[in-house]
Design a protein around this ligand. Sequence first.
Ligand SMILES: NC(=O)c1ccc[n+]([C@@H]2O[C@H](COP(=O)([O-])OP(=O)(O)OC[C@H]3O[C@@H](n4cnc5c(N)ncnc54)[C@H](OP(=O)(O)O)[C@@H]3O)[C@@H](O)[C@H]2O)c1
Length: 331
Amino acid sequence: MRAIVAESPGRLIWTEVPEMPLQQGEVRIEVTAAGINRADLMQAAGKYPPPKGASDIMGLEVSGRIAALGDGVDQWSVGQPVCALLAGGGYSEYVSVPAGQVLPVPDSGDFGVELAHAAALPEVACTVWSNVVMTAGLQPGQVVLVHGGASGIGTHAIQVATALGCPVAVTAGSVNKLDLCRELGAEPAINYHDEDFVERVRAETDGAGADVILDIMGAAYLDRNIDALATDGRLIIIGMQGGVKAELNIGKLLAKRAGVIATALRARPVSGPGGKSEIVAEVLANVWPMVADGRVRPIIGAEYPIQEAQSAHEMLESGDVSGKILLRVRD
Ligand SMILES: NC(=O)c1ccc[n+]([C@@H]2O[C@H](COP(=O)([O-])OP(=O)(O)OC[C@H]3O[C@@H](n4cnc5c(N)ncnc54)[C@H](OP(=O)(O)O)[C@@H]3O)[C@@H](O)[C@H]2O)c1
């Protein structure tokens, strides 16, 4: 089979690779499209090795059709259109994945999702639901602040939090991106170049602050995020785009009874408490109905043939895209 391989850091080529054997409890997917994630850029640059046992091919999510079933798999059938959360291996013609990490393509009613576009959902849906709801315990009516509102993660988080009945504030860095966030339901959409998000969030909440903050900036925003948190608030850090080390003022946290949590999806185990299969089951039960009735849709900023993965990575790196970028493997 063929897959994308990093021939040298930052040089991606489409080439023959050996196929991984199908293990017990896995399904093999004939890939239609793969979603790109920021983690893939780091892996391509040689800075983010895959977890132990995972494929060393990039790609954390795909859509496609089931091509084969491993021993012990009875909940899926060959030919079924699906999408899946992966620990790696998605930039490829075929990928094998534990059956518990597979989701049906949401295809009901007027809001059906095209098979290729379903590749834009597993990583954002699992990341947002596991952090904002399962970990931070977001309740209807609570205020959410999403940094990078026009990102793949951000565009999904706005829609899910809005569907849950929560006011959503976002930060973004350009007029186009701010407009997209507003279209998806965010208000206020704060331009982080011109405005202090702490003051704006406080002003919009009568001084209370945000109950949950979904952060991708890490160290650069730590202190200001704590300032923007409400009493009993939870700051969930999922990205380190602004660095990994910062000083934490415990006094501020203590006064607010606030929490700071940092999580990563990729390294979670396949099964067991907090594992990927548990998250996928929660996403199926809670997010898929929002997709089925049109409250949540995949936001796709660009699509490339898989052979142009290098250009697609450069596009994501440039920051000139909103939502997700997809790699098309076959029609
Ligand atoms: N921990 C996990 O399990 C997990 C899972 C998935 C993703 N992530 C992380 O989540 C983040 C988003 O992922 P993605 O795939 O959606 O990436 P993406 O689409 O590339 O988004 C990155 C975003 O960062 C925003 N940004 C840059 N500087 C900013 C600043 N100073 N303030 C606010 N926003 C800023 C950019 O928006 P502007 O152009 O508007 O600045 C851009 O939309 C990444 O850091 C990724 O590593 C973590």
